[in-house]
Design a protein around this ligand. Structure first.
Ligand SMILES: [Zn+2]
Length: 349
């Protein structure tokens, strides 16, 4: 990962997607520099809540306080819902990982991002962190993570989007139209409250999906989608389509991902839709559940998504991307035959 930012910046600057010139006087860094390489064994690929706590504490210490830690709520079993923040710029970004406890890989990606932005100290870092503030809800579903299950832990859960005796699907309880006092899911309430406190311009929610093949025979390695709820205002949807274009380009060209469009639904309780309805540029990223030898590749894909989004928000290219290009992202193909992944579900985001 050492030269990733060199590659990333070159890829972003070298594409016509981002070709509009920066405004005169914009102090973009004159030369791309490395974001640095997170230390080996900073965090496992499938971390426990304790792994998350330890790695974040280490980053906060090693960053001399540039990475700030907080707790935005508690799960039903009392586990901390952890927030880590870096940067002090006016443009706020919110990344959420592992709402579904059995979809872990966004979490190690976020921890590496926090190290890479918070610990090294170069001109590029100072520039980036003066432009953006990045808030990360790291492992939003710790009770589900310890059980390797989709749902939170709530044996009393009833009604739509619950699994009786197990818990609620956190990613169906972000509906901004539901009074927060009527929301039975503490993890969702915590993210909604954080949104209202910070009003982020960008929200990206990291998940995992099963395995899918395109008509050309290639396998989808990641799928993305912007808000599709009819309640999402048009400017927010346009901004989210720009965010999708930037993410598609970076994940494809820098990480080598094969990106398709996720076939998600319109329900307003899904984070992708909810934060779009509230006006954020909102995106879902789904990493495919590839074999063990490609786990590192998948973590890197999510890391690139997070870093490219921060770079594009900071340098203004996010505002200049062509939203119409989102329509060129191909639809996701059918499930890979003969492969059983517990994550191969219809509209599982
Ligand atoms: Zn999911």
């Amino acid at each position: 990962m050492k030269s990733l930012t060199v590659v990333l910046t070159a890829a972003l600057l070298g594409t016509t997607l981002f070709a509009a010139p920066a405004r005169a006087g914009t102090p973009a860094p004159s030369a791309p520099v490395s974001a640095g390489e997170a230390p080996a064994r900073l965090i496992p690929a499938r971390p426990s809540p304790d792994d998350v706590r330890r790695s974040l504490a280490r980053i906060a210490r090693d960053s001399d306080g540039r990475v700030r830690l907080g707790v935005i709520g508690r799960s039903n079993e009392g586990r901390a819902l952890r927030l880590a923040s870096v940067g002090h710029g006016p443009t706020r970004l919110l990344y959420v990982t592992q709402q579904h406890g059995d979809e872990p890989l966004g979490t190690p990606a976020a921890v590496r991002l926090l190290w890479s932005l918070g610990v090294p100290r170069t001109a590029w870092h100072r520039w980036l962190l003066s432009r953006v503030t990045i808030d990360v809800v790291v492992q939003a579903n710790p009770d589900g993570a310890v059980r390797n299950q989709r749902y939170n832990h709530d044996p009393e859960a009833t009604g739509d989007y619950s699994e009786p005796g197990v818990g609620y699907d956190i990613n169906r309880f972000h509906n901004p139209l539901t009074p927060i006092a009527d929301n039975p899911v503490p993890e969702s309430r915590a993210v909604l409250r954080l949104w209202r406190a910070t009003r982020p311009q960008v929200v990206i929610d990291y998940h995992m999906q099963g395995r899918y093949r395109q008509p050309d025979g290639r396998e989808t390695t990641a799928s993305i989608l912007w808000p599709t709820s009819p309640l999402a205002p048009a400017p927010a949807v346009t901004a989210a389509r720009r965010l999708a274009v930037v993410n598609d380009a970076a994940m494809t060209r820098v990480a080598g991902a094969n990106v398709t469009r996720y076939p998600g639904g319109d329900y307003e309780g899904i984070a992708r839709n909810a934060y779009g309805i509230l006006g954020s540029s909102s995106l879902l990223v789904e990493l495919s559940d590839l074999p063990a030898e490609q786990v590192e590749f998948q973590i890197r894909t999510a890391f690139v998504s997070m870093l490219a989004t921060a770079q594009a928000a900071a340098d203004g290219s996010l505002r200049r991307a062509d939203p119409a290009r989102a329509d060129t992202i191909p639809a996701r193909g059918p499930a890979l035959p003969g492969v059983l992944s517990p994550l191969t579900r219809v509209d599982a985001a």
